[in-house]
Design a protein around this ligand. Structure first.
Ligand code: ATP
Length: 240
């Protein structure tokens, strides 16, 4: 058995005439925090959607835990242990924080386990405990992001993919959310694949980075080796 939990090999995705990913390959090893960095429209969301079974993949192979999942339905992929936290968080605004978490636990048949998992999520996110009976729509952006991640944790996913968690949040909150994600990774051995538009705050939190631009992987490397940012800037902006 390999150490790789997710691999997308030579993936091409087309929306009609528009090629959103072109022969793109990435992999994520068990327990890693991998970040895909790229400008608007680079194809980052499409990459996560492809892994979650929600993108029109025209060629290439996707494997999760050594099992082929290309063309497998999103619900089935979720049950195998991949959870996607979409851009914009998409919590149920009129439901309370607690109800949002309970609904996300629907995948579990055992209500005792669902209760335990709400408690587990609240241990990681004490802020959500304070807001438990609040409608999610009244939470701040950072709290909503915490709730969206909490919902993914409710599914007991082995791999959580987060699409632009930093979007619209203050630097202090971004660092706080990453610290909690790293804490969960350390405690539970979770694997994380995260999309971000900017690399400035991410390099210190990620193990490995891919830079995606124009649907093509431009650069791959260990975050520690790319810390000066020069290679990332070149790949991101396409300087020669
Ligand atoms: P952003 O940061 O803006 O979310 P992104 O890097 O996540 O950008 P994608 O959302 O994957 O990029 O989009 C890649 C390209 O595919 C863009 O040109 C986008 O307009 C196009 N695209 C994405 N989804 C669809 C769709 N459902 N139908 C048609 N084109 C789409």
């Amino acid at each position: 058995m390999s150490n790789t939990i997710l691999s997308l090999s030579h993936i091409t995705v087309r929306y009609g005439q528009m090629t959103a990913l072109r022969d793109a390959s990435i992999h994520v090893d068990k327990g890693e925090v991998v970040c895909i960095i790229g400008p608007n429209g680079a194809g980052k969301s499409t990459m996560l959607a492809a892994a979650a079974g929600g993108a029109p993949v025209v060629s290439g192979n996707i494997q999760f835990n050594d099992k082929a999942i290309t063309g497998v339905a999103p619900e089935k992929i979720a049950r195998l242990g991949i959870s996607l936290v979409p851009e914009g968080r998409h919590v149920f605004g009129s439901l309370t924080v607690e109800e949002n978490l309970q609904i996300a636990g629907y995948i579990q048949k055992d209500s005792g386990q669902a209760k335990q998992d709400v408690e587990r999520v609240l241990t990681y996110f004490p802020r959500l405990r304070e807001r438990l009976k609040f409608p999610a729509g009244r939470l701040s952006g950072g709290e909503q992001q915490m709730l969206a991640i909490g919902r993914a944790l409710m599914t007991r996913a082995k791999l959580i993919m987060v699409d632009e968690p930093s979007l619209g949040l203050a630097p202090k909150i971004i660092d706080q959310i990453y610290q909690i994600l790293l804490d969960i990774r350390r405690t539970e051995g979770l694997t994380l694949l995260i999309n971000e538009q900017s690399s400035s705050r991410i390099l210190k939190h990620a193990d490995r980075i891919y830079v995606l631009r124009g649907g093509v992987i431009q650069l791959e490397g260990r975050a520690a080796d790319l810390a000066d940012g020069e290679a990332i800037r070149e790949a991101y902006f396409g300087f020669q």
